[in-house]
Design a binder for this molecule. Structure first.
Ligand code: AMP
Ligand code: ZN
Length: 131
């Protein structure tokens, strides 16, 4: 993808604060962090949404999420954190290249969550998804 900012980070056309990389994924600091240590984990190959990724890429992404989480915990003393991934503009995705946020949470910094729970008939949804 020629005009994708994260593809340019992968190709080193745009600099980043690289924390970790493996064959198919890389992790670098978010340029506008919600808290210190806010890191993005991305596939090196361009995928727009996570369901498009192949299983090998998922494995490399999981490895990077595991390694970076442990770095944040081990080296920065992070105790609470969120892992978040947005698919599609209405779900809050601004950069259309899959990325997972790892966001340390403190009393004053990090992700704000508003959970709009609704009463729904879950049985019919389960039927739809499993039949
Ligand atoms: P999202 O809203 O989930 O698409 O998040 C996009 C994230 O990418 C935001 O948190 C931005 O701060 C971050 N971001 C955008 N450009 C860069 C960049 N060049 N380097 C690091 N992070 C970036
Ligand atoms: Zn891209």
């Amino acid at each position: 993808m020629d005009d994708c900012i994260f593809c340019k980070i992968v190709s080193k056309e745009i600099p980043s604060d690289l924390i970790y990389e493996n064959k198919g994924a890389m992790a670098f600091l978010d340029v506008s962090p919600l808290s210190e240590g806010h890191t993005l984990v991305i596939p090196k190959k361009h995928f727009e949404r996570s369901h498009e990724m192949d299983i090998e890429t998922w494995k490399d992404i999981s490895d990077a999420l595991d390694v970076v989480s442990k770095l944040l915990v081990g080296k920065m003393g992070v105790r609470n954190y969120n892992i978040l991934q947005n698919n599609g503009r209405d779900a809050g995705q601004e950069v259309m290249h899959v990325h997972f946020h790892i966001i340390p949470k403190t009393k004053t910094e990090g992700l704000e969550i508003k959970w709009n729970s609704k009463k729904k008939d879950t049985k019919s949804t389960a039927k739809l998804l499993t039949e």
